[in-house]
Ligand binder design. Structure first.
Ligand code: KG4
Ligand code: ZN
Length: 341
């Protein structure tokens, strides 16, 4: 059965390793610059990257498994873990060679320790532990969410703090405030049920669109003006107290609205496009409404939006003053893990 890699569905692997277990040499022995090899295998991307001082990317290699899972309509954990096992050694090798470095140049290993799919995480953690033991390198286990937050620093090294971050991916939807880089971030709000990307994927499936659903809905929504879409396929605004989010209600509203239509209308491309545009509009309003509330409450120096859903064009248009990392840094990657490490 296909699973989403969301927090709500998967067990987490916490503290798989500690930062000092393998610390046999100083992290800065190669000079004042710290070269970090990041490894990410929490979901369906096998990734490795080399980053200097948490800011400068030397290489950022991602092997996507989307093709492997597409026919199943979602990520199949066992397939994901096997693919990580097959691909990770090669991906790490390509990342080192792409950076023009050898493993002997690396000062620190950083690996995603969770949240994510347990089997998939284990592959990355076991590989990193082996490498750390063999090479006598220090190893740090990084939270995947911390990684997403740090993608902002890779794209905008001088981003001002406090930084308000809206993290919207297939597994997570969180509003966090980072007051200082060496302090843990503060979670201001999070989803009470589905993640935003998960909702895009589930609604796309209801509409008979492909996987992953976010880009499909984004593309279709561009073909219909919002006003016409809301008239043609009305959906309610999402209402949740405080700074938390909820996406399961809007998904259910799409299901009911489709169920009330005659069978042939459910296949009508115009109806599908209106449903996509109407749904996307409600989701974007929900996200931007909560972000604005958080901005008023925290008065941050900058706002960043990251995670796969941050690629959504309507969301980007609705937030002209926020910074959005580039596509390779918004979606799952190992550079963000190295930066957080
Ligand atoms: O951050 P990510 O690559 O992986 C996770 O950590 O989950 O995010 C993947 C999610 C998927 O749910 C996908 O449908 C969504 O990001 N996504 C989008 C768009 N591109 C990807 N959602 C809305 N609009 C998009 N253009
Ligand atoms: Zn992610």
């Amino acid at each position: 059965m296909p699973w989403s890699c969301g927090q709500t569905h998967c067990a987490h692997l916490h503290s798989a390793t500690t930062s000092d277990s393998y610390a046999k040499r100083s992290p800065t022995q190669s000079g004042c610059l710290l070269l970090v090899l990041g490894i990410e295998t929490s979901c369906d991307e096998t990734a490795a990257a080399l980053v200097v001082d948490g800011r400068r990317i030397l290489s950022n290699i991602v092997s996507s498994q989307v093709e492997l899972h597409r026919d199943h309509g979602g990520v199949v954990p066992e397939l994901a873990a096997r693919a990580h096992l097959e691909r990770l050694p090669m991906v790490v090798d390509v990342a080192l060679r792409g950076a023009g470095r050898g493993i002997e140049d690396v000062d620190l290993l950083a690996v995603t320790r969770g949240p994510g799919l347990v089997g998939a995480l284990l592959v990355g953690v076991a590989f990193a532990r082996g490498l750390a033991l063999e090479r006598g390198l220090p190893l740090v286990g990084v939270s995947h969410l911390d990684g997403h937050v740090h993608s902002a620093f890779l794209e905008f090294p001088d981003v001002a703090l406090p930084l308000l971050v809206l993290l919207v991916s297939g597994g997570h939807t969180e509003l966090v405030l980072l007051e200082a880089e060496d302090k843990p971030y503060r979670v201001l709000g999070r989803t009470l049920d589905d993640a935003a990307g998960e909702a895009f994927d589930k609604v796309a499936r209801l509409l008979g669109l492909g996987y992953p659903g976010g880009p499909e809905i984004d593309r279709l929504a561009e073909t219909v003006p919002v006003k016409a879409a809301l008239e043609h396929f009305p959906l309610p605004d999402v209402r949740v107290d405080g700074l938390d989010f909820s996406f399961s209600g809007i998904k259910t509203a799409v299901r009911y609205a489709l169920g009330k239509l005659p069978a042939d209308a459910r296949q009508d491309p115009e109806v599908i496009a209106s449903a996509a545009a109407s749904f996307q509009h409600r989701v974007v309003r929900h996200l931007t409404g909560k972000l604005e509330l958080a901005r008023l409450e925290t008065n941050p120096a900058a706002i960043a939006v990251t995670g796969g859903v941050a690629l959504n064009r309507a969301l980007r248009e609705a937030l002209p003053r926020a910074t959005f990392p580039s596509a390779e840094l918004c979606t799952d990657n190992a550079a963000m893990i190295a930066a957080a490490g």
